[in-house]
Design a protein around this ligand. Structure first.
Ligand SMILES: Cc1ncc(COP(=O)(O)O)c(C=O)c1O
Length: 638
């Protein structure tokens, strides 16, 4: 029998022929100003993560904590299995954020629109909708069964004429606040006046304004999303107590949808807190977007005036947009083209967005790339990606770095970092070394000097941005020395080193959760650098607990584990040392140890040649033969 779904392949072929088939890029890094596309770090100019919060360590922690406390799922619709106080707490904070009596949370912004509009208007009613409104509004209008009057974009007079001529039981005017593909602002105060004159309800979709602009005043119904500036997922509507209560009873995408997962809710609560505590973020982004628009217009591009963070660069037809987008990617800028049917025919564009995570350097590099493309200049050749090197974890090569951390202090991180640097260089790679912060300099501590001497890393490629006198946790030492440590500086220095070398070996301070600044710890640094962890531990009794705690903390922060190294393995292992490698294999899936290194005596081990043990281990594989050799050395104890 013929496949009744065969038409799918035919239709996909048609989309392909008409150049309309979507092939989204695959990212192998979290959201951020730089992302990995096709194995290469590029500057991202297309995310709606406007305040740079999606990968903010505070949101990651809040999401993990909420999942830990409340579980992964919400069980059912809130009308079926009850509501959690976590969800209610988020709604209260969103109501405060929008200055309304109450708020209701949906699983997405799309569902907020798809449920709210039909709850407000039905067959006897009329919805007046701006012609450039978002698809979720259009779909909400369709689902409502109401008559829909589409008015010209931002045309208040046209809307008023329509209101004068169309009578109905209820009338609802709905508009994006900041238009998602155009970046301009709806005339909300004028719309509010017209609606008031004609007794119509006004609903604004603040998806691209929340966190950036105060723009919805005068609207009785404020819809927005948690998935853009708030860095999480979900949607909401804020308004009067009665409105919200009505939606809880009648919005089908609330009534018949499982409540958003605790992790998303926890992250959103933290985002709202950050927005209130750091009010400069939004205005900074809006100002940066305006500067970028001006710079691109100065290069001769057809640029729309941004009202928030969206800078449209118009390119006419779809193929032109695709060509510009792929030229920019060659120049290290990731900004896909938006084509029909997402925008009207003939108005394809690059939808450039600016976020709080972009630095001046990112934006200058973006302008330079647009300028080069306009001049027809070829891209500067990026450093070629190092070819796979036998046994070395491809994740380290792909990320361009590895973060050496420990289960505590004094476990041998520096020795392992030096051995690692030596090993990587022995494999023909260009290596840099970085110590984000060196503490205890008054006692002569200088880990980079050791890595330079024992690891053979050239001095010019050894960077320690901060040095603190006291042998304390960095944030504590910094406070006592009246200074502050900036994680952004570490990220900038790391990126610079990574641009010059194949692998940057970064040695953290103390263990993984040691505080770096007031709001970040070592795990946050590793996550901001986007590199996997190499965990150094002692081999003896107690190490299983320490390793497990470290691995669990790493996993909840989304960090990858390149390996676990047992440092200072004794020449004559005791029972614990002999059995721990096997136990760690079960815990971590990797069995490492670095025989022959003795950090306690501070000796530079003679065997710093490429270590077969280490190389194999960085590949994440368990070298059974070597393990058996080890066991045979302490056979009488096993
Ligand atoms: C204007 C507008 N409204 C609603 C949505 C839907 O929000 P969400 O992504 O949370 O579903 C979007 C974007 O996706 C949007 O741009």
């Amino acid at each position: 029998m013929a496949d009744p779904l065969a038409w799918c392949a035919g239709e996909l072929g048609r989309l392909e022929r008409e150049d309309l088939r979507r092939h989204p890029a695959t990212l192998s890094s979290p959201q951020g100003p730089e992302v990995v596309v096709g194995g290469r770090w590029v500057i991202q100019l297309c995310s709606n993560d406007y305040l740079g919060l999606a990968a903010d360590p505070r949101l990651r922690r809040a999401a993990a904590a909420a999942a830990g406390r409340w579980g992964a799922g919400s069980g059912a619709s809130r009308l079926v299995s009850g509501t959690s106080d976590l969800h209610r707490r988020l709604e209260a904070s969103l109501a405060r954020l929008k200055g309304r009596e109450d708020a209701i949370v949906f699983s997405s912004g799309y569902l907020a629109n798809a449920g709210t509009i039909p709850a407000l208007a039905g067959r006897q009613d009329v919805v007046f909708s701006d012609e450039l409104n978002h698809a979720s509004i259009i779909d909400g209008c369709r689902l409502s069964g109401a008559r829909v009057v589409v008015y010209r974009h931002a045309d208040v007079a046209g809307l008023e004429r329509a209101l004068c001529s169309v009578e109905a039981r209820r009338r609802l005017v709905v508009t994006d606040t900041v238009f998602s593909m155009q970046g301009d602002l709806a005339p909300v105060p004028d719309l509010a006046r017209v609606c008031e004159r004609h007794g119509a309800m006004l609903m604004v979709d603040d998806a691209h304004a929340t966190g950036l602009l105060e723009a919805g005043a005068g609207a009785g119904i404020v819809m927005s999303t948690l998935s853009k500036a708030l860095g999480s997922a979900g949607g909401f509507v804020a308004g009067s107590r009665d409105l919200v209560e009505w939606l809880r009873n009648r919005a089908r995408s609330y009534v018949f949808d499982t409540a958003p997962p605790p992790a998303a809710v926890g992250a959103a609560i933290e985002a709202v807190r950050i927005i209130a505590a750091e009010p400069h973020r939004g205005p900074d982004v809006v100002a940066a977007a305006a500067r970028l628009a001006q710079a691109l217009a100065g290069l001769g591009y057809d640029v729309g005036q941004p009202s928030a963070a969206i800078v449209p660069v118009f390119v006419g037809d779809g193929p032109d947009g695709m060509a510009l987008s792929s030229r920019l990617l060659e120049h290290g800028i990731f900004v896909p083209a938006i084509r029909p049917p997402s925008v009207p025919p003939g108005t394809a564009r690059l939808r450039v967005t600016v976020t709080a995570a972009h630095t001046e350097e990112h934006l200058a590099a973006a302008v330079e790339a647009f300028a080069s493309v306009r001049r027809g200049a070829g891209p500067r050749q990026p450093r070629p990606h190092p070819a796979p090197v036998g046994g070395i974890d491809p994740r380290i090569l792909g990320a361009g770095g590895v973060f050496v951390t420990g289960t505590g202090t004094g476990v041998g991180k520096t020795v392992v970092a030096a051995a690692l640097a030596r090993t990587l260089q022995g494999a023909g790679l260009a290596v840099a070394a970085m110590k984000p912060v060196q503490t205890g300099t008054s006692e002569g501590a200088d880990d980079l000097a050791f890595i330079r001497a024992a690891g053979g890393v050239p001095a010019a490629r050894c960077v320690a941005p901060y040095a603190l006198r006291r042998p304390l946790a960095p944030s504590v030492a910094a406070r006592m020395e009246d200074t502050t440590l900036d994680p952004g500086r570490i990220v900038d220095d790391f990126r610079r080193l990574r641009g010059q070398t194949d692998v940057v070996v970064v040695e953290g301070a103390g263990g993984l959760l040691v505080p770096f600044s007031d709001s970040t710890d070592m795990a946050d640094l590793a996550s901001a650098l986007g590199i996997p962890l190499l965990v150094v531990a002692l081999p003896g009794l107690g190490t299983l607990n320490h390793i497990t705690l470290t691995l669990e903390a790493a996993t909840t922060r989304g960090l990858e584990i390149a390996g676990v190294v047992l440092c200072g393995f004794p020449a004559e292992p005791g029972l614990a040392e002999a059995t721990n490698p096997g136990a760690i294999a079960e815990l971590a899936g990797v069995v490492p140890h670095l025989a022959g290194l003795d950090v306690d005596r501070g000796i530079v081990p003679p065997a710093f040649e490429p270590e077969p043990w280490l190389v194999g281990r960085l590949g994440g594989s368990f070298d059974v033969a070597a393990f058996l050799r080890l066991l045979s050395r302490c056979g009488e104890l096993v």
